[in-house]
Each structure stands twice: as C-alpha cells, then as structure tokens.
Write a protein that binds this ligand. Structure first.
Ligand code: SAM
Length: 304
C-alpha cells in the first residue's frame, strides 16, 4: 500500500495534516463546537486523554491564543502517554482512573474550578462490541468521577462514548449530575462507528456526593433509580449531528487532488507526513519485539 492510500481513504486524516492538526480527532471537537458552542466564556479547560494533542491544539488556538495575556486562562492536558509541548497547554502524565491524577490536576488549577472538561479517552478496543462498550463506559464514569471534583457549578463535560446497548444507562447516570445531556455525532466520525460524544451541560454538584470519599459506582448503584428501569424506559436523550451543511462524508473516498473548497483538480496533490507522530506509543515495544522475533504469537485457533 502506498503512502497516499490512507490520504485517499480518509479525507479528514488528509485535511488534518494539511491544516496542521496532530490528529483527525481535531475535527470532532471543532464540529461539536460549531453546533453547541461549548467554548463560550470558557477560561479553564481540562483535556483528559489528550495525546497526541489535537484537541489541546484546538483549545490552545481558540481559548489561549486570543487572550494570551489573561492569567486566568488555564488549559491542562492529561494522558497516560507523553505528548509533545503545545503553547498555552500544561501537560500532566497520568491515569485518569487513578485518584492521584485528580489531586495533581486540582493542584495545577490553583484553587479554581474548571469551566469545561473534555475527554476523548479510548482504551484499546478488542473488537467485541459489548466488551468494548463496557470498558469505554467505565472510562467515562472515571472521567465523571474526576469531573465532579474539578468542574464548576454550571460547567460542561464532553466525553467520547460508544452507542451500544448500555448508552441509555450511562446517560441516566450522567443526568444525575447534568440536567442537559445530548449525544453528538460529528460528521467526521464514521457512520459505521459506534463512536459519539455526550455533551453534558449545566453541572449541578450533588451535595450528598463527595467524590473524594464516596465511590461513584456504589453511589450510582444506590442512588440512581433509573439504573433499575428496563432499558426502554431510560430517559430520552436528544441526538445531534454536528458539522456544517455539506461537510465531507467520513465514510466516502475522495480524489486526492480535491481541495478544501471541494472542487476537484484545483491543486496538485502532495503527500504530507503526520504533523506530530506519537512520542513513545505503547505499540513501539511490540514493533521492536516483532522485529527481533521475540514477540509471542499464538498458533490459531487457540485450544482451551
Ligand atoms: N483527543 C486526542 C487528540 O485529539 O489527539 C486523541 C485521544 S486518543 C483517541 C485516546 C487517548 O486516551 C490515548 O492517548 C490514550 O493514551 C488515552 N487514555 C486511555 N486510557 C487512559 C487513562 N486511563 N488515563 C489517561 N489516558 C488514557
């Protein structure tokens, strides 16, 4: 396969490189913002699961750059993986399921609460839909737990979810803390993918829940009556498609010489390398082991 084949198959991957974004995910946040205006009056943001950093780039460009001299602007990016530096973004390496990560974020918020928390976190998927959805939603609940410690009253949380059979239950949990929850599907996120984003607004801290001492899962199991409803009785959550009229269709293949204005052939196609390859990705060791022939490869099918 040639270098250009991914460019051809994935218009948003190509556009991201042309426009200087570290990942095509940047368009997901931009398209959500276009539709819901989540950045309005936002000065402090925490970007959970941020590497390689395209959402942080969007935050840096739209929130930090226009008000560089405003000392109240604070953008904190957190990930398990290291991330190349970005102007106006403070980086913390840590696991969002670990309580000490929340303590570290709080220490860097200098006694203030955040206006917005975004989380594009994704564990490695194994391809079993039910299992992947379950693990994804556990990560969202960890993000919610952390958010309950750092978000100001009235604030917004955005998190990646999978729209599987448990999405109603997850939204019912989110609605305990946020009266307004919508499911947003940016046009750059493939229709064929279960991926979507919950946009949760108007955070109401619950006086009886103290994240630092209570366990969120125990709390939800005990206190959320919606958890005991059958799935078809979960509260309805609006579904919003985000992205401009006529935005590129992420499931289509486009010619390589298509320009952003979408007229074909106005510009010579030129291959561009990714803006910022991951610094120390977890697959690096596996690649080395495969090269050295030390990677264990089971003989399939596995006999149990
Ligand atoms: N929003 C990012 C961007 O625009 O560049 C892309 C995020 S990528 C899809 C998912 C990230 O989630 C990975 O970098 C991964 O390391 C991170 N992640 C997964 N589980 C995590 C955890 N428990 N704590 C912190 N980061 C996590």
């Amino acid at each position: 396969m040639g270098k250009s084949s991914k460019d051809k198959r994935d218009i948003y991957y190509r556009l991201a490189k042309e426009q200087g974004w570290r990942a095509r995910s940047a368009f997901k946040l931009l398209q959500i913002q276009e539709k819901i205006d989540i950045f309005r009056d936002v000065k402090r943001v925490v970007d959970l699961c941020a590497a390689p950093g395209s959402w942080s780039q969007v935050l840096s460009k739209t929130i930090y750059e226009p008000c560089k001299d405003d000392p109240s602007i604070r953008i904190i990016a957190v990930d398990l993986q290291p991330m190349a530096p970005l102007e106006g973004v403070m980086q913390l390496q840590g696991d969002i399921t670990d309580r000490s990560t929340a303590d570290n974020i709080i220490a860097h918020l200098d006694g203030q609460l955040s206006d917005l928390v975004v989380c594009d976190g994704a564990p490695d998927v194994v391809g079993l839909l039910d299992f992947d959805e379950y693990v994804q939603h556990q990560l969202v609940l960890s993000a919610l737990d952390l958010t309950s410690r750092i978000l100001k009253s009235g604030g917004t949380m955005v998190a990646k979810v999978f729209r599987g059979k448990r999405i109603g239950k997850l939204c019912a949990d989110l609605k305990l803390f946020f009266p307004e929850v919508v499911i947003a599907k940016p046009k750059c996120s493939r229709d064929s993918s279960l991926e979507a984003f919950v946009v949760c607004q108007n955070y109401v801290p619950l006086p009886e829940f103290t994240s630092s001492s209570d366990n969120l899962l125990d709390y939800l199991a005990e206190k959320n009556p919606a958890r005991h409803l059958s799935e078809n009785l979960y509260p309805e959550v609006p579904f919003l498609v985000c992205g401009e009229e006529g935005a590129f269709d992420s499931d289509r293949t486009y010619p390589l010489n298509l320009t952003e204005g979408k007229s074909e052939g106005q510009k010579e196609y030129e291959y561009k390398a990714p803006v910022q390859p991951p610094i120390n990705p977890p697959y690096k060791e596996a690649q080395k082991m495969r090269k050295d022939k030390t990677l264990f490869q089971p003989k399939l099918p596995i006999q149990l």
